[in-house]
Design a protein around this ligand. Structure first.
Ligand code: MF3
Ligand code: CO
Ligand code: CO
Length: 266
């Protein structure tokens, strides 16, 4: 495992990349309304990144081993879609929940963040899932400090999600991030306290739990990217990029529209 420790200069670039990724989510928020297609959201975000920010949308043509190149600039995962939803011509409708996942490259460094959006009015169940998932991400972030272990993060996320009767997706995880989009370590969203890699200042990684109201099992769509729940149940995800600091952590994917850390309720 090759876990990079970022220098002060690299951290400054990661802060900028993180803020820019988050600002794409701020920008797109008012457009997430009934009737818009996810392809239109992709086009808007693409132009904002390329023309306004002068950032590179990292997903576009991203082709890790075993995958064909990703065809769009953002991921949009609707309702029972878990992650890596490819934007398309289907219109969003009131009651949908959608995850928009943005990764930008700025000065060679990546910032990766996603939020859940309600299209019109969500059902009580959908709102609760999104709120639980948001709190789960934050409980994970709260575990980030030197001397703690990756398993501490996974453990608190799993405990919360399963405690309210939901399930944690196993096949995808958070990841180290820097000059590379996905680098070591893998940040599992389940696990045991005190196990796994010990955290050290200068590590940067994402925490991005995917939580289903039904079973954890996944299905791959024939488009080669989109991942859905196998049982058709709803799925939600939130993502931040985080830095381990001497005193704890710093969330790097922060901008004016970032939802604040919640008061814990679950
Ligand atoms: N942004 C996703 C993550 O959080 C990865 C998307 S890869 C893509 O790791 F190719 F689907 F865009
Ligand atoms: Co990520
Ligand atoms: Co992401």
């Amino acid at each position: 495992m090759q876990v990079t420790i970022k220098t002060a200069q690299e951290i400054e670039k990661m802060r900028i990349a993180g803020r820019l990724a988050s600002e794409v989510l701020d920008y797109i928020t008012p457009f997430v309304q009934p009737g818009i297609t996810t392809e239109e959201l992709d086009t808007l975000c693409h132009h904002y990144m390329v023309d306004v920010q002068k950032t590179i949308p990292a997903p576009l043509n991203y082709a890790p081993k075993g995958h064909k190149p990703y065809p769009k600039s953002i991921c949009t995962s609707v309702n029972n879609q878990i992650c890596h939803g490819i934007p398309g011509q289907k219109k969003l409708k009131s009651g949908d929940i959608v995850n928009i996942d943005i990764t930008v490259i700025s000065q060679d460094y990546h910032g990766d963040t996603s939020r859940m959006f309600y299209v019109g009015e969500p059902s009580i169940q959908a709102k609760r899932l999104c709120e639980v998932t948001f709190e789960a991400m934050w409980r994970g972030i709260d575990m980030v400090k030197p001397g703690n272990h990756l398993g501490d993060i996974g453990h608190v996320i799993q405990k919360l999600a399963e405690g309210v009767g939901y399930s944690v997706v196993r096949e995808f995880c958070g990841h180290g991030i820097g000059k590379k989009f996905h680098e070591d370590p893998q940040v599992l969203h389940y696990g045991k306290t005190g196990t796994g890699l010990e955290l050290r200042p200068g590590m940067t990684f994402t925490i991005e739990p995917m939580i289903n109201t039904g079973k954890a099992a996944i299905r791959h769509l024939p488009d080669g990217w989109t991942v859905t729940t196998k049982d058709g149940s709803l799925s939600a995800q939130w993502e931040h990029t985080v830095l381990v600091t001497e005193g704890g952590h710093e969330v790097l994917t922060v901008s004016g529209g970032t939802p604040p850390k919640p008061v814990y309720r679950f």
